[in-house]
Design a protein around this ligand. Structure first.
Ligand code: NAI
Length: 702
């Protein structure tokens, strides 16, 4: 008998507890256990009703995703649900905690459902690129109403039980009374004749689901679901619940489920699901590595990044001391943080009391001595090595032993920064992304001497402030910014060759990024890239085409959105980019000066020339060990740069289309472009090797 379901006969009721820690995933053992125990309870004449519940925190988290690639593991969930729905004794689901995906589908196939008001249930399958494939799309509309079910299934968002009165036969207010009230309810069901109520027999409320409901829903979803495969199939499945009898609806759901399961988007989204979890598994420390307590944080520099970083800690209830050179800068920084919080309060996302509580956690100083007792300092001053070194030398003098000294530098050498202290083992890079209070990503940059303890503490601290941390090594730009460099470079070179900013941006937007490189450059400020280039002229001096138009724009004071003109023009107070013929003319002049022939460039070439060098840089990064695994790069790109999750990240995208295709294209552009920057397309040795072996980046292990 399977151990994953434990049965207890309590008087005339058999209570089945799913027991598959940590989340009661519906693994094969649970599915077998449910069928076996239900059969046994049906055979037991003393049993008049069956309860399915759990003693873990969750009722069930749903399907066991690790089985997705595990072949044909019978019985499948729909078989289990058949046994439940067709049982000759009433089966009551008692939801002691959240039920998601298959977990909710189990409950929906039971004859009655009981839970407490604040419990949450949902069908989040769409987030994995699929749809609920065990009757969820046919049963939920019958119980929750079509509109509600549609929203839950297409958005994947969980809903409170109190908002789902049609789904539950009893909703108790106090969770601690759930068991006793549920058992009383079961006795009532038995006393009332132990009626079997199949969800399949519930008539769907067709009047509540006119065609316009679906049309409107589709319209509202257009932007949000751009590029995803599953949301439209979810809608079709719910439509089938209205237009077809139950059994046929199930068949249609099955067909749509298989379509989703075979889609590249589902592969990408499932890859990403695992990638995010795998990012926290690093080999630099283990269970025995101690973790330091972070009770108080210091932040140097109350500018754009310092302010955003401080908010993360205040949001998590951790006090912050901010240090600035001058009182005015400090006051300005703190005032901006307050304004951000007040704006959230105006939108109803925070109460005024929460604003005050958070602000009370933020204090300021202009004296380093104020940092003598902090456990972690994050430096966010100007991006200049000499300034950073001064700051770290000062921190070294005042900070207590064991304090972690971190830099938010986006490009500078963390090893060199660490050497300006007497404790390089305590120095680490914590690279936040802008806006730092919003963006989920944190690149944790380990330097040569950073201790395992400091790495582990940083990775765990990231979770506390609600960030997704990825551990990377030291190099110019680390992972994210290093890979964005060739992306921006090729966009700029394509403009020289005759592509317009709007043409390039549209292709990248259609590929799935939130905006193209020219719009992004204008938003960030073209001066940022310019100053980086100024500090790296030796790297680019052998390519006269390198960002020449952008350099010219910056020299004319056209630094993007903030100056009203950059690669595009802007109306005052409006962020919509307007094509600027002057920029196209400028590109023409520069092309003539450099002897670059302008031409019509195909969509395919534009896409490949921008995305493939980015992937190629990722291959170099992997090979050098700057990233430990290709999936880490994908996490950085999805969370830090808006790379579409339905492509799984740049490395998964390359794996999906095949590394040979990427390699061949790199060679082709290298040869075709020749003297004109062909060398930028030299394939990374790892890309070449894996392409020749027919392997994927995901196969590469350090
Ligand atoms: P910012 O110019 O907005 O702020 C820097 C602040 O540091 C200013 O308020 C300045 O008064 C203060 N400051 C300068 N020297 C100081 C010193 N010796 N002691 C105390 N305070 C000092 O700059 P931003 O954008 O916040 O950048 C800060 C750091 O974060 C840089 O290293 C940058 O590369 C990095 N970064 C920036 C990102 C961005 O998108 N802005 C993204 C990720 C990292």
């Amino acid at each position: 008998m399977s151990q994953a379901v434990v049965a207890e006969v309590q008087g005339n009721v058999a209570v089945l507890y799913m027991q598959n820690p940590p989340v009661n995933a519906l693994s094969q053992s649970v599915r077998v256990g449910l069928i076996e125990n239900i059969k046994q309870a049906l055979d037991n004449d003393n049993v008049h009703a069956i309860v399915i519940s759990s003693q873990l925190a969750l009722f069930s988290g749903g399907a066991d995703i690790s089985e997705f690639s595990g072949g044909n593991l019978e019985p499948h969930l729909p078989n289990v649900l058949d046994v439940i729905e067709n049982a000759s004794k009433p089966i009551i689901a008692v939801l002691n905690g959240p039920a998601f995906g298959g977990g909710l589908e189990v409950a929906l196939s039971c004859h009655y459902r009981v839970t407490f008001a604040s419990n949450k249930v949902g069908l989040p399958e769409v987030n994995l690129g699929i749809l609920p494939g065990a009757g969820g799309t046919q049963r939920l509309p019958r119980l929750a109403g079509v509109a509600k079910a549609l929203d839950m299934i297409v958005s994947g968002r969980p809903e409170k039980a109190s908002k789902l009165s049609g789904v539950f036969d009893l909703i108790v207010e106090d969770p601690s009374n759930l068991l006793s009230e549920a058992m009383a309810f079961v006795q009532k069901v038995i006393a009332d004749g132990a009626k079997i109520r199949k969800t399949a027999d519930v008539a769907i409320d067709k009047a509540s689901a006119p065609d316009e409901l679906f049309a409107q829903y589709r319209q509202g979803l257009k932007k949000q679901a751009r590029g995803f495969f599953a949301p439209e199939r979810c809608i079709q499945a719910v439509e089938a619940s209205v237009s077809l009898p139950f059994e046929q609806g199930l068949v249609r759901e099955g067909e749509l489920f298989m379509e989703c399961m075979g889609s590249k988007e589902a592969r990408a989204q499932q890859h990403f699901f695992f990638a995010e979890r795998a990012a926290s598994h690093v080999s630099d420390y283990d269970k025995s590595t101690p973790v330091r307590d972070i009770k108080q944080v210091g932040i140097i520099g109350a500018g754009t990044m310092g302010g955003g970083i401080a908010m993360n800690f205040a949001n998590a209830g951790i006090p912050v001391i901010m240090l600035e050179l001058k009182q005015e800068a400090l006051d300005k920084g703190l005032a901006l943080i307050r304004k951000n919080y007040e704006n959230s309060a105006k939108k109803g996302k925070l109460t005024q009391q929460a604003v005050e509580e958070r602000m009370a956690l933020l204090t300021g100083s202009t004296e380093y001595a104020a940092l003598s007792d902090v456990d972690l300092v994050i430096e966010a001053v100007f991006e200049k090595m000499s300034v950073k070194k001064e700051v770290f030398a000062a921190l070294d003098k005042v900070c207590k032993p064991g304090a972690i000294l971190a830099s938010n530098t986006s490009t500078l050498d963390v090893n060199e920064i660490a050497e300006s202290t007497s404790r390089p083992e305590d120095v680490i890079g914590l690279h936040f992304f802008s806006p730092a209070n919003v963006m989920k990503l944190l690149e944790v940059v380990k330097a040569d001497k950073t201790s395992a303890e400091v790495i582990k503490t940083s990775m765990q601290m990231a979770k506390k402030i609600n960030k997704v941390a990825v551990l990377v090594g030291v190099c110019f730009g680390f992972v994210g910014n290093r890979m964005i460099e060739p992306y921006g470079r090729e966009a700029a070179r394509l403009m020289l060759e005759g592509a317009t900013p709007q043409q390039v941006d549209k292709i990248i937007y259609d590929f799935g990024l939130p905006m193209g490189p020219f719009t992004m450059g204008d938003m960030a400020g073209l001066d940022i890239g310019f100053y980086v280039r100024e500090s790296r002229r030796e790297f680019i001096e052998h390519d006269p085409s390198y960002c020449v138009v952008s350099d010219r724009l910056v020299k004319q004071g056209r630094v993007g959105l903030k100056s009203g003109r950059g690669a595009y023009m802007y109306e005052p107070g409006n962020r919509t980019p307007i094509p600027d013929p002057e920029v196209v003319e400028m590109a023409k002049e520069e092309a003539a000066r450099l002897g670059v022939a302008q031409r019509d460039i195909s969509e395919q070439e534009i896409l490949e020339r921008i995305i493939f060098p980015l992937i190629n840089e990722g291959a170099l990064i992997l090979e050098e060990g700057i990233a430990a695994k290709s999936s880490d790069i994908d996490v950085i790109y999805v969370y830090g740069y808006g790379f579409p999750v339905y492509r799984g990240g740049p490395m998964q995208y390359a794996d999906e289309i095949g590394l040979k295709k990427v390699y061949d294209a790199m060679c082709k552009y290298r040869d075709e472009l020749g003297e004109y920057g062909g060398h930028w397309f030299e394939p990374a040795p790892l890309l070449k090797k894996l392409a020749e072996q027919g392997k994927r980046f995901a196969d590469f292990k350090q």
